[in-house]
Design a binder for this molecule. Structure first.
Ligand code: SF4
Ligand code: SF4
Length: 164
C-alpha cells in the first residue's frame, strides 16, 4: 500500500503504535519510517539511545520505548518528516501531538486548526499549544497540537488556510 499510494497501511501503523501501557506513561516518539533507505539522522540525534542501534544505514529505525521521553529532537531532524511524538497523558480528554512543520504560514499559538490524516483527509480540529523553534529545532519547526484523544493516531498534519 505504501509503495502504491504513499500512505502507510493500517498494518504498518499497528506495528509502530505503542502499547496502551507505554502510552499511559507519557510522551513517546512514533517513527513512521517503513522502507529501507540510506538515512539515520534520527538515530544519531537521539540523546537517550531511544532508537535501536542501526548497524547499517539502510536499517529501519526502531524505537526503544523505555528510553524515549518524547523530547522531539528526532522529529526536527528527520528529513522524511516521518516522526511524531504522541502524549496520551496530556489531559483527560486530549492528547498532544508534536509534528514537524516546514511550510508557510506557520500557525500561531492558540490557533484552532483543521486536522488531517496521513492521506490528507480531514479528521477534525486541533489547538496549537506551542510552536517550537529553538536551538535544537533550527531546521524544522515543531507544532504541539492538542487533539481529542481518539484522534491521536490519526492526525498527522494540519490544513493550510485554516489559520493565519
Ligand atoms: S523523542 Fe527524544 S528521546 Fe525519543 S527517540 Fe526522539 S530524540 Fe530520542
Ligand atoms: S531520519 Fe526519518 S527518514 Fe531517516 S531513517 Fe530516521 S525516521 Fe527514517
Amino acid at each position: 500500500m505504501l509503495k502504491r499510494t504513499g500512505v502507510a497501511s493500517p498494518e504498518d501503523i499497528k506495528g509502530v503504535t505503542p502499547s496502551l501501557e507505554r502510552l499511559s506513561k507519557g510522551p513517546i516518539a512514533i517513527i513512521e519510517c517503513f522502507q529501507k533507505i540510506p538515512c539515520n539522522p534520527c538515530y544519531t540525534a537521539c540523546p537517550r539511545q531511544a532508537i535501536g542501534k542501526m548497524n547499517d544505514i539502510n536499517d529501519k529505525p526502531v524505537i526503544i520505548p523505555e528510553n524515549c521521553n518524547g523530547c522531539g529532537i528526532c522529529v526536527s531532524r528527520c528529513p522524511g518528516l516521518a516522526i511524531f511524538v504522541v502524549d496520551a497523558t496530556y489531559s483527560e480528554t486530549e492528547a498532544l501531538i508534536k509534528m514537524p512543520w516546514e511550510l508557510q504560514p506557520v500557525p500561531q499559538k492558540d490557533s484552532i486548526v483543521k486536522t488531517l490524516n496521513r492521506a490528507g483527509e480531514p479528521v477534525g480540529e486541533g489547538r496549537v499549544v506551542l510552536v517550537q523553534d529553538g536551538r535544537f529545532f533550527d531546521r524544522t519547526k515543531i507544532i504541539h497540537l492538542a487533539v481529542p484523544k481518539q484522534d491521536m493516531m490519526e492526525v498527522r498534519s494540519i490544513e493550510r488556510g485554516t489559520f493565519k
